[in-house]
Structures are given as C-alpha cells and as structure tokens.
Design a protein around this ligand. Structure first.
Ligand code: ATP
Length: 307
C-alpha cells in the first residue's frame, strides 16, 4: 500500500555473538522525504540499514520496508529499492559507464544512465575501469548505481564522504530531486551540515537505540538564540556586553571567535551589529541561529571518543 511508510522498524535487536549492536531500535521513514540516521561510530546505524536492505537478519523486532519483510520478501523488494554500498559490488575491471548502463538494463523503467552519469560528473571517467577510479569517483558511481533503477526507496550510507564540494552539491541536488519525485531516502551521515541541508527527519542513534528523533527544527529548536561571528582577537567584551539587551551573554572562545547568546530575538542581532559598527569591527562569518545540529548531537551523545 502506497500509504505505508517506506521503512517501519520496531524493537529491532541484532547481536554479534555476545555483543548487542542494535538494542530495541524503532525507526520510521516516510516516502517522499529524507530521513537522516545519525550517530557516533559503532552506534548501530549500518547494522540497522543493512537489516532493512535484507543483508542481515534481525534477532528480534519487526522490520517492514515498503510494507514487506526484507528477510522473507527480498526477491520482491530488491527491484524496488536502491542501495548505495560503501564499497564493493562492482567488478574491478568493469568501466564506470558500462556498469551504470548494465545496471540500468536490469530495471524496467530506469533513468537514462548517460544523463545521470553526466549529472554526477562520470562522463570524463566513464571509460575508466572501476579499480582505477579515484575514491570520490567510485563514490559517485555507487550513488548513480543506487538510483538508476528509479527506486521507490533508496538507502544511502554516507553518500558524500570523500566527495569534492562540486560533487557534494550535485549529490545533494539529486537527493532533493528524488524526494520531490516521491522517493523515500534514508541516509546515514557524519556530516551534520548535510543532515541539516537535506533531512526532513532525523533519528539520532546511540548504543543501538534511537535516543532522539524529529525534524531538524524540532531537535534544534530548544535553547537560546545564538549569534556567532569571527573578528580580531581580544575585542572588548565588557563593552559589547554593556550594549546587549538584558540577559544576553557574550564570550570569546577560541581566540577571535565570538558567541552571543540570549533569548531576546532580533534585538540581540541589532545590538551586536550596531556595536561592531561603532567599534570598527568587521564581523566576519556572522551567523544567527539556535543550536546547530552538531551542538545537539554532541549534547545528546557526549564528547568522548567512541571505541
Ligand atoms: P559507523 O559510524 O562507524 O559506520 P555504525 O553506527 O554504522 O558505525 P555498526 O557498523 O552498525 O555501527 O556497528 C555496530 C556495532 O556492531 C559495533 O560495535 C561493531 O563493532 C559491531 N559489528 C558490526 N558488524 C559486525 C560484525 N559483522 N561482526 C561483529 N560485530 C560487528
């Protein structure tokens, strides 16, 4: 049924020997939307996604992908989903565009592989064997292979890791178009700006469970307003504080990077820029926002390195 979510995971548990990688995880990803699964290394994201893709079987819980059980209905599901693998899945000697055209032919209604290849900048390396492609070119090919069959749902595992800025923007544009075409997109990423840029929904996974979920705005909405700028180190913070509305705070950390926080709305921004103008400070990289997704992520998952 088209009204079913693209992905519905309830109480998923996956163990590797005595270690529990996924520990009662719930996740819903709608169609026609981008769902970003975030989490520290080892949180259980890839295990979850691979279970949805049918590459792993659950020890407990229920997984439904386009209404089907990937462990049981893999044959029916495979033509309807696109999977971007981190690596592998391509013969080392096959040429990039040959692989893309071949994959397109396996599907009933594929995208035009030449148009897609051009769009992702594979044109000039189209005749290069896979093993001679750069890491970023292999990554672009993997993305193209995941979407060329016009899937109803696509899983992208760190789709832009290692891409140059141009390719990254081309990949983002492609993801936006997939969403506009009604495709469900589930992506894992460590790039918080990517999640902020693309995601309609975010699930933060830690210790094999979803510890927070919502739209980026919902996750970032709590907390004070926040104005940040870069300027010469050692600005007179007492003077700045004196010109801010009551209840606002200003700090410099690290040197030359300033942050003003408070809940006074646009008045705070006006006060900061007026103070900068009066003190001949060119406020560089001035941004206004509440918490960034990165702030929220670090608050939720802590700053300690994961094993
Ligand atoms: P990353 O951000 O590093 O990709 P992740 O959130 O995708 O991490 P998973 O790859 O799902 O994490 O791993 C979750 C846990 O399961 C980790 O502790 C990992 O060591 C373990 N694990 C993953 N695959 C296997 C496996 N095949 N055998 C044993 N343990 C595994």
């Amino acid at each position: 049924m088209r009204s079913e979510p693209a992905v519905a995971v309830t109480g998923l548990v996956k163990r590797y020997g005595s270690a529990t990688a996924v520990d009662g995880l719930d996740l819903t990803a709608p169609r026609g939307a981008v769902t970003a699964v975030l989490g520290p290394n080892g949180a259980g994201k890839t295990t979850t996604i691979e279970t949805c893709e049918g590459f792993r079987t659950a020890d407990a819980g229920e997984v439904r992908v386009l209404g089907l059980d990937p462990a049981r209905d893999g044959a029916a599901l495979r033509p309807r989903i696109g999977v971007m693998l981190q690596s592998g899945g391509v013969y080392p000697t096959v040429r990039a565009m040959e692989m893309l055209r071949h994959t397109a032919r396996l599907h009933a209604h594929p995208l035009d592989p030449d148009v897609l290849g051009e769009r992702l900048g594979l044109g000039s390396c189209g005749r290069t064997p896979y093993r001679r492609l750069s890491g970023g070119q292999q990554q672009r090919l993997a993305l193209a292979l995941a979407v060329v069959g016009r899937p109803e749902l696509v899983f992208l595992d760190e789709p832009t890791a290692g891409l140059d800025p141009q390719a990254r923007h081309a990949a983002w544009e492609l993801v936006r178009q997939l969403r506009a075409d009604g495709v469900g997109v589930v992506l894992t990423t460590h790039a918080m700006d990517e999640a902020e840029e693309l995601a309609d929904h975010v699930a933060v996974v830690d210790g094999g469970r979803v510890i927070a979920a919502g739209t980026p705005a919902e996750l970032c909405g709590d907390g004070d307003d926040n104005v940040r700028f870069t300027g010469r180190p050692g600005l007179d913070l007492d003077s700045l504080r004196a010109s801010l509305p009551p209840g606002c705070r200003a700090e410099e950390s690290p040197a030359g990077r300033y942050r003003v926080t408070g809940d006074s709305g646009p008045g705070m921004l006006a006060a900061v820029t007026a103070w900068c103008a009066a003190h001949d400070v060119l406020a560089d990289r001035l941004t206004t926002r509440r918490h960034s997704l990165e702030d929220v992520f670090l608050e939720l998952t802590g700053r300690e390195l994961r094993p």
